[in-house]
Design a protein around this ligand. Structure first.
Ligand SMILES: [Ca+2]
Ligand SMILES: [Ca+2]
Ligand SMILES: [Ca+2]
Length: 451
């Protein structure tokens, strides 16, 4: 039988926050004593926005190719996802055609309000907006729990949403005959605001604060206009950032428990050795860096760097991979594991050879792109494996602003080198080649070394 593929997806989890909650990797390796698998230290999303990044995960396409640009209509959300044709054509439709039992539980796509089941999904348990509100009745119905489902509210002392998703996932694994391979997406709401957590964890991380890294609360004269516009954080804003940071850490604790239970259920089914588990997030997050209280959308490392762990039958254990792994790589990787060809619209590449320990040529650059939303302007940028990031802004008061950082020397991106006489000719060339690339042209442009 083809291997099972399980995507464990969190919302708004920056890579750094993992260190707050040691053991997510161990949770994925919890059952079977086979260890945690491989970790990508440099996993990134190409557009640090929920909806655009989720569409990239499902299609393997850069945002400028799938064209679901933002979280809200008319340029984004579920309506754009549908009108662009991606709701019916994505990795789930391909895996379904290849014989997989396709299952999604939790957050499906920004703006989904229920009422229909998208064709690629055989088992569909999507939460509906606003899942933060209570009580979202269609939530129960979509979860197969009827309109009188268990009490689910935004009071975490009752039935935490994370545990509801876990319970539905465990039930679905139990119902699955294991006669066909399973593709399962468990799409947690946490640690996204409001970052619900288990009441039992209310005392955890009591003294934790958003890390006061050198960029925390800082903007200065060489920053792009939208950052320069930020007033220094007030005491109240600092407190809000700290409170959210603590809640997110607690929220991740519950997700960790859910993952242990899900992995154990695969073990109980005798399927552990035939299952790939992938843990990642749709975008990173800032908690006060660059003088912004909290958020995503920017090209800064906090927003684009996400966790990525993989456990699977041929994945060496305890390995840390330095390669750039992107959200657009998930779909081609799943194709490889399922033994099917990637689709021509997939701009990413399969991570499978890296995960098998093979030495293969790999990208040296990737494109970062964003369309104006939530106070962050439109931009396109390139991140290189020499530790350089170069960004060109194209909207609002920041139009024409450019940023260049040497991340090896300046990991918190404080000194924009563009006002220091830098002329990043080679990065401009790379960006020009990447900004409208498609398919093979993206892969070729990503692979260019410095000349
Ligand atoms: Ca998100
Ligand atoms: Ca600066
Ligand atoms: Ca400077």
């Amino acid at each position: 039988m083809k291997p099972n593929i399980v995507l464990l997806l969190t919302d708004d989890q920056d890579e750094r926050s993992l260190s707050l909650v040691p053991g997510i990797e161990e949770a994925i390796g919890a059952a079977g004593g086979t260890g945690p698998g491989a970790t990508f230290n440099r996993a990134f999303v190409t557009t640090p926005v929920c909806c655009a990044s989720r569409v990239s995960q499902l299609t393997g396409a850069y945002t400028h190719n799938h064209n679901v640009l933002t979280n809200f209509p008319p340029t984004g959300s579920i309506t754009k996802f549908r009108s662009e044709g991606w709701e019916d054509e994505n990795i789930a439709s391909r895996l379904k055609a290849a014989g997989y039992r396709t299952t999604i539980i939790g957050k499906y796509m920004n703006g989904y309000t229920g009422g229909y089941v998208p064709a690629p999904w055989e088992r569909f348990f999507a939460s509906t907006r606003p899942y933060q509100a209570s009580p979202p009745l269609t939530f129960y119905e979509n979860m197969g729990l009827g309109s009188e489902g268990p009490e689910y509210t935004n009071n975490p002392t009752r039935y935490l949403d994370t545990y509801l998703l876990r319970d539905v996932a465990v039930r679905e694994i139990g119902r699955w005959g294991a006669d066909r391979p399973l593709f399962m997406v468990v799409s947690f709401h946490g640690p996204h605001i409001p970052a619900f957590f288990d009441a039992a964890d209310a005392d955890q991380f009591a003294d934790l604060k958003a890390p006061r890294v050198p960029s925390w609360g800082v903007s200065d004269a060489d920053d792009p206009q939208y950052v320069k516009n930020q007033a220094p954080l007030t005491a109240e804003e600092a407190k809000a950032a700290d409170t959210l940071y603590r809640k997110k850490a607690r929220s991740i604790l519950a997700i960790r428990r859910a993952i242990v239970d899900i992995v154990k259920k695969f073990e109980e089914k005798g399927q552990l050795d035939n299952t790939y588990f992938v843990y990642t997030s749709d975008n990173g997050y800032r908690h006060g860096e660059h003088a912004m209280v909290h958020g995503k959308h920017t090209p800064y490392e906090e927003d684009i760097n996400v966790p990525l762990f993989v456990r699977g039958p041929d994945v060496p254990r305890g390995v840390r991979l330095p390669n750039f792994a992107l959200n657009i790589d998930l779909a081609p990787t799943f194709c490889a594991w399922a033994g099917i060809s990637p689709r021509p619209y997939m701009d990413g590449r399969s991570l499978a050879p890296l995960l098998r320990g093979e030495s293969v040529p790999w990208r040296t650059n990737f494109l970062i792109e964003h369309w104006a939303e939530s106070g962050v302007p439109t931009y396109k940028g390139v991140r290189s494996n020499e530790g350089r990031v170069y960004v060109e802004y194209a909207s609002g008061a920041s139009a024409g602003d450019k940023e260049l950082y040497d991340i090896r020397e300046d990991p918190y991106q404080l000194n924009n080198l563009m006002d220091d006489g830098a002329t990043p000719t080679y990065l401009r060339k790379r960006l020009a080649a990447l900004k409208a690339c498609q398919g093979d042209a993206c892969r070729a442009a990503e692979d260019v070394s410095r000349t």
